[in-house]
Ligand binder design. Structure first.
Ligand SMILES: Cc1cc2nc3c(=O)[nH]c(=O)nc-3n(C[C@H](O)[C@H](O)[C@H](O)COP(=O)(O)O)c2cc1C
Length: 268
């Protein structure tokens, strides 16, 4: 195994942290490496990273991230933003045509931001720190954008907590590679193959959820009978919340000038 392979295979999300702060020079180095090592559409580097270390400000983010305890514990929260604001300001300053205020622009910037986020995760993990992503970002994009004072054409797409691990959780396995990897063309799985693909997960994942008292109580309360049911229940990925937030995302992309064209209104 080479160093990269070892690092990737050692990954576990960390949700409990010791209180020590992270060396500011390390944060800067990891961010620099993450950006330097990230491929970027047109090399426009359409990402901004907002660091939150202040405890009061973290407390506010804690509320926006569905009160996930790790936000309070971790010394650092990083919000990765899809950002075409800088580029659009530059285009305007040079008298070039405006662009990127469209759905493709949002995708380009979102991909740039996610690539940098994952590089930063690897950088911190290589330095012995722990990280965990927060999908709650997507359910609080507008309040997070307001709180971080993001300009138009700049939206948070993911966040991570970072810190010194205070837990050593077991490695979680993935669905079998053979189910994810296709040779030349997509191979649609048979029903039996679907059963095989999820068989281990249906035991391990289900038992893991049942072993957490808080989740077990919710599973019982909602009459959830299986892992599949759990995933689309109110407890995990609530379909109503997904519908609501999807509608809000479309409106937010318009409001923040990411879609529907138009000139950049805010010029700093
Ligand atoms: C985009 C994204 C969002 C996530 N959101 C959360 C989250 O809000 N809370 C959490 O505890 N874990 C979150 N995770 C972590 C996943 O639960 C975790 O990666 C997965 O269970 C696999 O475990 P592992 O990372 O330890 O291998 C998220 C992961 C990703 C990639």
């Amino acid at each position: 195994m080479n160093a990269c392979s070892r690092l990737l295979n050692a990954h576990r999300s960390i949700r409990q942290f010791r209180p020590e702060p992270i060396d500011a020079a390390l944060i800067e180095q990891v961010c620099g490496d993450a950006i330097s090592g990230a491929s970027s559409s047109g090399n426009l580097n359409s990402v901004s990273i907002v660091l939150t270390r202040d405890q009061q400000r973290k407390r506010h983010l804690y509320g926006l991230h569905a009160q996930q305890e790790m936000v309070l514990q971790a010394p650092l929260v990083m919000t990765f933003c899809a950002d075409f604001y800088r580029t659009r300001r530059w285009l305007r300053a040079r008298g070039a045509r405006d662009n990127f205020n469209n759905l493709i622009g949002y995708h380009i910037a979102a991909f740039d931001a996610i690539i940098v986020a994952q590089n930063a995760c690897l950088g911190f993990e290589a330095a012995g720190l722990g990280i965990c992503y927060m999908g709650t970002t997507l359910h609080a994009m507008e309040p997070i954008a307001d709180f971080l004072q993001l300009p138009p054409t700049c939206l948070p797409v993911t966040s991570i907590v970072v810190g010194h691990p205070a837990e050593d959780p077991p490695k979680r396995d993935r669905l079998p590679l053979s189910a994810l990897l296709h040779d030349e063309t997509y191979r649609r799985p048979s029903n039996e193959r679907i059963d095989q693909t999820f068989a281990k997960r249906e035991v391990d994942g289900w038992n893991r959820y049942l072993s957490a008292p808080r989740l077990k109580a919710l599973i019982d309360q909602h009459g959830i009978q299986s892992l599949a049911e759990f995933y689309t229940s109110k407890v995990k990925y609530d379909p109503e919340l997904f519908q609501r937030d999807s509608r809000q995302l479309i409106q937010l992309l318009q409001k923040r000038q990411f879609v529907e064209g138009g000139q950049l209104i805010d010029e700093g």
